[in-house]
Ligand binder design. Structure first.
Ligand code: A2P
Length: 331
């Protein structure tokens, strides 16, 4: 397999550090490896594959050296400025921010769902929102078989999705300290507020789920609505997903379809109290699905409970899987 020069931008962050872990675990064929962040952490070191790497400050000149692939997770404004610079130097950027996701020139990819979209990239590929990624792994096989008409998402999202500051708010909040990141205490609380509010009354997180679902499933007319909620859980997002289909379905067949879907682990034995749990999904790369039951209020509908590690499959693992697809196609 061809060895690549690979950079991680935002390597000191929550997702950045997980990029390093996942790249190690999956043994990507790397020749030269670079870690980049802001001037704040430049000069510090990170260990990768048993070797210490000095964090470089990200500048306009960072991509003057030959870098084949850069995994970015350093916020939208950093991606806005530096992804085009990297791309112009021939580096393929896999960007975890929301900056490029809805750009018609930029593929938005979940490798189990729409790997074919990687082919039309112009050196920038977007990694979807964490909540969207895990939902797509569940929805795609069902859309292929029964054609989805409408989706209602209700999410229960971990504080790690808000970075280290979100994590600290829960940790400190449990000790009685006031929040710094969230507008209200997250300890013993649920906040129906993720990202900023928009003119239509939705949050930006909710509209990310709506718009990204349509883009990834290639269906601009799919009816999708979402309520996204931050809950006092450190790791893993949980989602209630209500789906209405165009076609009728047999419940056993639907369950088998999900069981055989790529990247899915079924935990669907309510009789034994077996269903996906955030604490069990944490640290894993699969999407866990359970509580599968017919929605008896419509002609053809189903309810699912879908849980995944938001920092791994919801961010780092998905981006690394995209990198693997690119490297495969370089042969
Ligand atoms: P730094 O550690 O130097 O601040 P998180 O989402 O967990 O807060 O992590 C954000 C990541 O993005 C960190 O690695 C952070 O680096 C990096 N980052 C933030 N702003 C910039 C910037 N302007 N240039 C490069 N990296 C940045």
């Amino acid at each position: 397999m061809k060895k690549v020069n690979l950079a991680v931008v935002g390597a000191t962050g929550m997702v950045g550090r997980t990029f390093l872990k996942v790249l190690e675990e999956r043994q990507l064929p790397i020749e030269n490896f670079y870690v980049m962040a802001s001037s704040r952490s430049a000069g510090s070191t990170l260990t990768f594959n048993g070797k210490e790497y000095v964090v470089e400050e990200l500048t306009e000149h960072s991509f003057d050296k030959p870098i084949d692939i850069a995994l970015f997770s350093a916020g939208g404004s950093t991606s806005e400025k530096f992804a085009p610079i990297a791309a112009a130097h021939g580096c393929i950027v896999i960007d975890n921010s929301s900056q490029w996701r809805m750009d018609p020139e930029v593929p938005l990819v979940v490798p189990e769902v729409n790997p074919e979209d990687i082919a039309w990239h112009k050196n920038i590929i977007a990694n979807p929102n964490c909540s969207t990624i895990q939902a797509m792994v569940a929805l795609k096989p069902l859309d292929d078989k029964y054609k989805i008409k409408r989706v209602v998402y209700s999410t229960y999202q971990a504080v790690s999705g808000a970075g280290l500051a979100g994590w600290k708010d829960l940790e400190n909040g449990l000790k009685g300290e006031a929040p710094k990141k969230f507008p209200h205490p997250i300890a013993n609380n649920c906040l129906p507020h993720i990202d900023v509010f928009l003119d239509n009354g939705y949050t930006k997180e909710e509209m990310k789920m709506v718009n990204e679902t349509r883009k990834i499933l290639h269906n601009d007319n799919m009816r999708v609505t979402a309520t996204t909620v931050r809950v006092p859980v450190f790791d893993s997002h949980s989602e209630s997903i209500n789906i209405e289909f165009e076609k009728p379905f047999d419940l056993d067949e639907l369950i088998e379809t999900l069981r055989n879907a790529p990247g899915v682990v079924l935990q669907n034995n309510s009789q034994e109290n077996e269903y996906p749990l955030a604490i069990n999904a944490a640290g894993h790369d699969e999407v866990f699905i359970g509580r599968i039951r017919r929605d008896e209020s419509v002609e053809s509908g189903v309810n699912l409970w879908v849980v995944a590690d938001n920092i791994r499959k919801g961010a780092a693992t998905n981006a690394v899987q995209i990198a693997e697809e690119i490297i495969k196609n370089m042969q």
